[in-house]
Design a protein around this ligand. Structure first.
Ligand SMILES: [Fe+2]
Ligand SMILES: [Fe+2]
Length: 242
């Protein structure tokens, strides 16, 4: 109850800082997001992390960082519910963001930069983030995938997809069998053969070296150390040695 209140208060503070246009964007995003692991709480945590990172960097357009953070996962539910697997929420989200920002009369400079931030924010995306604002969104989004929050979200996703709590498997065999083109950063083929501890081995562990800002890298290293501890304890408990 106390935690819920703390989270709620923090989000009320964020909302109170938003101008009228930002509030309209937030309402649109709220309607689009019902998926539990990529909900408005994730959006707000990314928003806060991105603002914190932006303040530490020089020459960053804070308005772009804030708008891009709010909109970055707007197409996530559409991707998750698309059985064809053709929807990329980063690409579709950028298109949706463009339409929303144009309807709110944002200048072209903001529309284009926000689009780029959203297009390039996903970990397994093709194009790298090329602007400072896009790099900050990328870093903030990845920080929210690791640490204690990352573990909690990984299990929310695991629950949604019917994954196991823990899979004890040789990593090389797993990569060959279940990741596209047998590459460690390839897309997952069969999600039911996946588990959060595999996500640590194939993705989370590599996040710190993929980040752009020094501040995010330092935070990421601490968060990964916590995750390593957690999964090592989990393995011992499942093995029966603890
Ligand atoms: Fe995303
Ligand atoms: Fe995200």
């Amino acid at each position: 109850m106390k935690l819920q209140f703390a989270v709620y208060s923090k989000f009320v503070i964020i909302e109170s800082r938003m101008n009228k246009k930002m509030n309209t964007i937030k309402q649109i995003v709220k309607k689009e997001l019902s998926s539990s692991s990529h909900d408005l709480e994730h959006t707000f945590r990314v928003f806060e992390l991105a603002c914190m990172l932006a303040k530490k960097e020089q020459i960053v357009d804070m308005e772009i960082v804030e708008i891009a953070s709010l909109l970055h996962d707007i197409a996530r539910v559409k991707e998750d519910s698309d059985l064809s697997g053709n929807i990329d929420h980063a690409l579709l989200g950028a298109e949706m963001a463009e339409e929303i920002l144009r309807s709110l009369d944002y200048p072209e400079r903001i529309v284009q930069n926000v689009k780029h931030c959203i297009q390039t924010h996903r970990y397994r995306g093709e194009a790298p983030p090329a602007t400072k604002e896009a790099q900050i969104l990328f870093d903030a989004d990845k920080l929210d995938a690791i640490g204690a929050v990352g573990i909690a979200r990984a299990y929310m996703i695991a629950g949604e997809r019917g994954e196991s709590v823990y899979i004890d498997i040789d990593l090389n065999s797993y990569v060959k069998e279940n990741l596209l083109d047998g590459k460690i950063n390839g897309r997952i083929k069969d999600i039911s053969k996946h588990a959060p501890n595999i996500e640590l081995e194939t993705k989370f562990r590599y996040i710190p070296e993929r980040l752009f800002t020094d501040t995010a890298k330092k935070i990421a290293e601490k968060r990964i150390a916590f995750m390593e501890d957690f999964f090592s304890t989990l393995k011992k408990e499942i093995d029966g040695s603890l």
